[in-house]
Design a protein around this ligand. Structure first.
Ligand SMILES: *[C@@H]1O[C@H](CO)[C@@H](O)[C@H](O)[C@H]1NC(C)=O
Ligand SMILES: *[C@@H]1O[C@H](CO)[C@@H](O)[C@H](O)[C@H]1NC(C)=O
Ligand SMILES: *[C@@H]1O[C@H](CO)[C@@H](O)[C@H](O)[C@H]1NC(C)=O
Ligand SMILES: *[C@@H]1O[C@H](CO)[C@@H](O)[C@H](O)[C@H]1NC(C)=O
Length: 190
């Protein structure tokens, strides 16, 4: 009987200490997040685009089968690194899926810029994108790329949080001077 009383008293103390500890940890995390670890959105810069294969085929349909080697630099201004799983980037033109690029699993380190290279595979029936020629002649072709990355954010070497990054980029190709400009919007959901 006396033991039972002691044990439950011990349990109460134990519970109390645990919850105080948890609250302290939560408060520390909250303070870290709100001050020094306040998230800033990373930036993506398109470094280079190089044509690999480029084939026009006229039978049985007029199609374009091309590959582009792409190098992008991701600048991560955050104190957390981001490790993501294998994924795919999609390129749309006027609402139509035009190309896909595999993204190999990788880690974007904290407070650094990191290069990611991939190969964009384009396969398109030219007759299904009648606006392409007109856009080409007008001087600007606008593409949208969508990439969702599932992974983990790591802060202070020991805190790991599951996170998904959603990025949408508007890619403008100026056909006259052959330059590419991109504007990206990246969101990280924890
Ligand atoms: C595009 O060309 C590559 C290389 O010749 C070939 O392996 C691939 O199957 C082609 N893609 C399609 C969809 O025909
Ligand atoms: C990711 O893709 C690479 C090849 O592109 C493959 O070797 C690796 O096993 C994949 N990883 C996972 C977890 O599926
Ligand atoms: C990324 O690639 C660019 C262009 O090749 C290069 O100038 C830069 O130093 C590279 N950055 C890193 C972090 O490797
Ligand atoms: C290319 O042309 C576009 C529009 O004509 C212009 O906005 C852009 O600054 C040009 N880029 C370069 C590098 O000249």
């Amino acid at each position: 009987m006396s033991c039972g009383l002691k044990c439950s008293k011990g349990l109460k103390i134990c519970c109390g200490v645990t919850s105080i500890f948890l609250i302290v940890v939560l408060v520390i995390l909250l303070v870290l997040f709100l001050t020094d670890f306040k998230r800033k959105d990373p930036t993506i810069t398109l470094q280079s685009v190089k044509f690999g294969r480029f084939m026009f085929d006229v039978t049985p349909i007029i199609d374009l089968n091309a590959s582009l080697a792409i190098l992008v630099t991701v600048d991560n201004p955050n104190h957390g690194s981001f490790t993501y799983q294998n994924s795919t980037a999609y390129l749309h033109y006027r609402g139509r899926l035009l190309a896909e690029a595999p993204l190999h699993e990788d880690t974007i380190p904290a407070l650094k810029s990191h290069n990611i290279s991939t190969v964009l595979n384009v396969y398109v029936d030219v007759t299904e994108v009648p606006d392409l020629l007109g856009d080409y002649l007008s001087g600007i072709i606008s593409f949208t790329s969508i990439t969702n990355l599932v992974g983990k954010v790591k802060i202070l070497k020991f805190i790991k949080i599951k996170a998904t990054s959603y990025s949408t980029c508007e890619i403008l190709v100026y056909t006259r001077n052959q330059t590419v400009n991109s504007i990206c919007n990246i969101q990280l959901k924890l």
